[in-house]
Write a protein that binds this ligand. Structure first.
Ligand code: TUI
Length: 314
């Protein structure tokens, strides 16, 4: 049995978070993860406040365990969603893709535990000062919007610069990853790609099949030119986008080409025009399982690995 300070802090059984995947992580997936003893997270993504409100209410009907909401700070609706989570009495928030500073006071006043994703030591120090309850150190192996550092380099440096609990993310999909994260100083993990193929994850069948078929070099990063680099599966779309961003195409053309690509992947499974966000670990994600089984399995795998680490100590 593995239990760490993040379990007591949030009232969860296992130190496993489900990533707040934009367009993907809905009430059904979040509730399944929370019912399995992890922390399920509803992604606000680019959606308006009312969508998030409905999802929060739906999750409450599906679980009585703690769950969180992820606020994607680049969203045009971030201000709106920031209010909705207070009104709906959400207890745990994660933030991504930016600095949550302008919302912290109102969230803390509402008694919300705020757990920002930090891609750097500077952001770690900032959110620690602002009153975060923990941080998620997410390396560039992850799917979606990525920072520059790898999980291996980022996690220990984050741990060295905060006394808060650190959750490791990026490139983790099994018990070995959980054990490695603990060795680096983390006391929990967040996984996205592994939960993409959870039975309760509602992405299009093609999306799951692409993840299951993916190999170690199946992902690439696009969007560096826009300042918002994103990791996704290599497809016709990403190769074309990549060519366009290193051509003389205008930012407007690039925007037009990218618009709606996440939705086309998630809802339509459109291989030609969809952008299938996925982490580098996709090559290791090979089967669909109930979310609760995923949570338990990675923890059960980690236990003997952590105990076995002593075999090298003489
Ligand atoms: O946010 C994510 N992953 C995401 S968000 C997303 S949707 C999207 N839509 C349009 C453009 C880009 C993305 C898909 N995947 N992960 C958490 C994360 N946060 N990764 C990196 C960061 C991050 C980056 C910069 C957090 C803070 C930050 O601060 C910058 C600064 O100094 O203000």
């Amino acid at each position: 049995m593995i239990t760490t300070p993040i379990c007591g802090l949030l009232g969860i059984e296992y130190p496993v978070f489900q990533g707040g995947m934009a367009w993907i992580a809905d009430a059904k997936l979040a509730a399944a993860v929370s019912n399995g003893g992890g922390l399920g997270i509803i992604a606000a993504g680019n959606a308006p406040g009312d969508y998030v409100r409905d999802q929060i209410r739906a999750a409450k009907t599906m679980t009585d365990k703690p769950f969180g909401v992820n606020i994607m700070l680049l969203s045009p609706f971030a201000d709106d969603v920031a209010k909705v989570v207070v009104e709906e009495g959400v207890q745990v928030l994660t933030t991504g893709a930016g600095n949550p500073g302008k919302y912290m006071e109102s969230w803390l006043e509402a008694g919300i535990k705020v757990i920002p994703v930090v891609p750097s030591v500077a952001m770690t120090k900032l959110v620690t000062r602002l009153g975060a309850s923990a941080v998620i150190a997410e390396g560039g192996e992850s799917g979606g919007h990525v920072g520059d550092l790898t999980t291996m380099a980022l996690v220990p440096q984050v741990c060295d610069n905060t006394d808060l609990p650190v959750i490791a993310a990026g490139g983790i999909a099994d018990g070995r990853g959980v054990a490695a994260a603990f060795m680096l100083g983390a006391c929990g993990v967040q996984m996205g790609t592994r939960f993409l193929v959870a039975e309760e994850c509602s992405v299009h069948r093609n999306y799951k099949d692409k993840i299951i078929k993916a190999n170690d070099i199946a992902t690439m990063i696009t969007g560096r030119r826009t300042g918002h680099p994103v990791r996704s599966l290599k497809t016709n779309f990403t190769r074309e986008y990549f060519k366009l961003e290193y051509s003389s195409a205008s930012d407007e053309d690039l925007d037009k080409f990218g618009t709606g690509a996440l939705r086309k992947a998630v809802q339509d499974g459109n291989s030609k025009e969809g952008c299938f966000l996925a982490g580098q670990i996709a090559g290791m994600v090979n089967k669909e399982q109930p979310a609760a089984q995923i949570v338990r399995e990675v923890i059960e795998e980690a236990e003997p690995i952590l105990r076995g680490a002593l075999k090298w100590v003489k």
